[in-house]
Design a binder for this molecule. Structure first.
Ligand code: NAP
Length: 259
C-alpha cells in the first residue's frame, strides 16, 4: 500500500533503538525524511547512517534528552517545520506504590506526559496552518490495564491520554490527527534487560522466563519493533485521516477485554 506520505518530514523522538527506531524505519520506507533523536550519540549516528543508506531519505540526528527543556529546544530548532511527530522517551522505573514521592511523580510526568504535550504545543500549530499533520504518541498497554509495579507510568501516561482525547478533537478540523499507539510486550533492548534481570533474580533460564511470558499472550510471542513501526506509519499515512483521538493497542491479545 502506498501510504501517500513520500517527501513529508517527521520528528521521531527516542529513536536510536527499539520501538522508536521501528517507527523511524517504517516512515523512512514510506519515503519520509527524518529527524531522529536519542541521548547516546553513537547508537543514534549508527541508526541514522543505516536508515540513510537503506531507505535513501534525508536523516538528521540530534543527540539530546527529549525530556529536558534544553534538549527539546535543541531538537525543535533542528526540526523546524515538520509534518509528522512521533513522541517517545524511556519509561519511569518500577517500584511499589509506597516508594514514590512528589519528585518521582514530577519526573515521570515530565518525561511521559508533559514532554509529549510540549512537543504537540510546539509543532501542531504550524501543521494546522498548513492543513495537514499527524501525531502519534507511544504510550503503553498500562493505560488500558494498569501494571501495578509501574505506578508512575500508569499515572503519567493516563494523564497524557486524557489530554490527547480532548486536544485531538480540537485540531482534527484543521487536518491534523493525534492518536496514541500502545505497546504491550515487545522484543526490544529494554525487554531483554528486564528478562535478563528476571532470570537472574529467579534462577530460571532466560528462555524459561520468556516462555512463561509468551504463555500469557494469546499470540504466543512478543511483538517486534518492525510490526509496531508499520502500524505507526499507517497512523501517519494519508489513509488514517479519519482516525482521531484513538488508543491503538498492540499486545498480541494479552489484555482481555471486549472493546
Ligand atoms: P528501548 O529499546 O530501551 O529504546 C529506548 C530508546 O529511547 C533508545 O533509542 C534510547 O536511546 C531512547 N531514549 C530513552 N530515553 C530518552 C530520552 N530521555 N531522550 C531521548 N531519547 C531517549 O525501549 P523501548 O522498548 O523501545 O520502549 C520505548 C517506550 O515504550 C518506553 O517508554 C517504554 O516504557 C514503552 N513501552 C515499551 C514496551 C516494550 O515491551 N518494549 C511496552 C510498553 C511500553 P538513549 O538511551 O541513547 O537515549
Amino acid at each position: 500500500m502506498d501510504l501517500g506520505i513520500t517527501g513529508k518530514r517527521a520528528l521521531v523522538c527516542a529513536s536510536s533503538k527499539g520501538l522508536g527506531r521501528g517507527c523511524a524505519e517504517a516512515l523512512a520506507e514510506a519515503g519520509v525524511d527524518l529527524i531522529l533523536n536519542a541521548r547516546g550519540q553513537d547508537a543514534l549516528e549508527a541508526t541514522a547512517a543505516y536508515i540513510r543508506d537503506r531507505y535513501k531519505v534525508n536523516v538528521t540526528a540530534i543527540a539530546a534528552d527529549i525530556t529536558t527543556d534544553a534538549g527539546r529546544a535543541e531538537v525543535l530548532k533542528a526540526a523546524g517545520d515538520i509534518d509528522i511527530l512521533v513522541t517517545n522517551a524511556g519509561g519511569p522505573p518500577p517500584g511499589l506504590w509506597t516508594d514514590w514521592d512528589r519528585d518521582d511523580f514530577i519526573a515521570a510526568l515530565d518525561a511521559n506526559m508533559l514532554t509529549p504535550i510540549a512537543l504537540i504545543k510546539a509543532l501542531v500549530p504550524a501543521m494546522m496552518t498548513r492543513g495537514w499533520g499527524r501525531v502519534v504518541n507511544i504510550t503503553s498497554v498500562s493505560v488500558k490495564a494498569p501494571i501495578p509495579v509501574l505506578g508512575l507510568s500508569n499515572a503519567a501516561r493516563t494523564g497524557l491520554t486524557g489530554y490527547v482525547a480532548g486536544t485531538a478533537r480540537q485540531v482534527a478540523g484543521s487536518g491534523v490527527t493525534i492518536n496514541n499507539l500502545l505497546p504491550g510486550l515487545h522484543d526490544t533492548d529494554r525487554m531483554i534487560a528486564l528478562d535478563t534481570a528476571a532470570s537472574k533474580s529467579s534462577g530460571d533460564s532466560f528462555d524459561d522466563v520468556r516462555a512463561a511470558k509468551y504463555a500469557a499472550i494469546p499470540a504466543g510471542r512478543y511483538g517486534d519493533a518492525a510490526e509496531f513501526g508499520a502500524t505507526c506509519a499507517f497512523m501517519c499515512s494519508q489513509h488514517a485521516g479519519f482516525m482521531v483521538g484513538q488508543n491503538i493497542l498492540l499486545d498480541g491479545g494479552a489484555t482481555v477485554s471486549t472493546m
